[in-house]
Each structure stands twice: as structure tokens, then as C-alpha cells.
Design a protein around this ligand. Sequence first.
Ligand code: C5P
Length: 219
Amino acid sequence: MRTVALIPAAGTGSRLGLDRPKAFVEIGGVSLAARSVAAAWASGVIDDVVVIVPAQLVDEVARELPGVTVVAGGAERSDSVRAGLAAAGDADLVLVHDAARALTPPALFTRVVAALIGGAHAVVPGLPVVDTLKTVDNDGRVVDTPDRRVLRAVQTPQGFTAEVLRRAHAGAADATDDAGLVEALGEDVTVVPGEALAFKITTPFDLRMAEYLCDGSTQ
Ligand code: C5P
């Protein structure tokens, strides 16, 4: 059973307001991408790692992250995942993990893989939603208040059998997560408990929060 982790790191990170791609912003001297790769290895359940980066960074990242396959990403996240899948070879299981979720505990990789080995074909970590969420129209008027008890904030790593993920990405569809494409196939997606530390570093506030949580350490 060969398990490959794909780590999309090819986003621009424009919401962070910095001059370099988000995944290559550093906390305590270690980039978000390098932290995500280290978490995948530390889980002990990953055989190979494929990092997907902006085309101009492929050579540099390959030098900085020995032991991982580095490929160029695309315009949308789904394009980047497809580029990673093409480099995943004969994987049986594939995990897709946002480089931007740099503080994810290795145990979350283990939990997702355990659910796949237990028979699930698609697995996402999810946390209960603490805020009340509203659906709004284009004028900012509230249309609906979904019952938050049935909502989950979904994270990565998301895990799939390679067969299901390849089928989900066979078209050119885009989605904010891979499970969305799997749902569109009519396949079941299983939720396992997420981790607060798996939050996605998206805004300047998130980056400050991550720096605070790491306390300047390189661990
Ligand atoms: O933009 P968003 O925060 O949803 O991106 C999630 C992850 O997908 C990030 O780690 C980002 O680098 C990656 N991504 C990518 N290729 C893109 C867009 C995003 O690899 N074209």
C-alpha cells in the first residue's frame, strides 16, 4: 500500500499582502511549505511527498526540500492538485494537504489514513462551527440561517483512494477542496475529527497567530 501526500503550495497568497507566495513565507526561519512537508513525514504514514509550487520556484524548492518531488502548479488550486496527481505514480492512497495549514499536527495525517485503511474512499477532517453562519444575497441581506449543528468547517489533509481522486479530477472542474469534486461524483465522503492547529494561514492575522503559537521556534 503506497500513500502519497500532495502538498499544493502554488497559490499567490494575495490575501496575506506579502511580496512572495504564501507557502514560502517563513515562521521561525522555516517556510510554511517546509513545515507542512515535515508534518507529513513525521506522521510515519506517508511514503512519498509531492510539493506543487509556482513554476519559477521549482528548482529552488527542489534544492531546499531534498527527498520530495517538486512540480509546477497551475492557475487554480485544482490545476495544481492535478499536476501533483500526475506525479503521484502508482499510489494507492493520496492525501491532499494545503501548504498553508503549516501547523497541522502529524496525528491528523495518521487519523485520515486510518479511516482510509478502515474502508472509506474519501475522508475529510472537520470541526464543529462555533459561529452562527448566514447565507446572504448580493446586497448583503440575510437569506437563511443554516442549523450550525449540522455544519463542519473542513480542513486538510483530505484523503482518498487514488482511483476516486483521479476520477474526481478527470474533468477540468474547480472546487475549493478536493472532497467537493468527489461529492459531485456521488461518492460518500467521511468526516473525521479535525484539529484547531490545522487552521489555514490566509490573512495577516492568521500569520501573527501562527507566529505566536510557534513562539519563534523552528519546530
Ligand atoms: O487559496 P487557498 O488558501 O485556498 O489555497 C490553499 C492551498 O492551495 C495553498 O497552500 C495554496 O498555495 C495552494 N494553491 C495552489 N495553486 C493555486 C492556488 C492555491 O497550489 N493555483
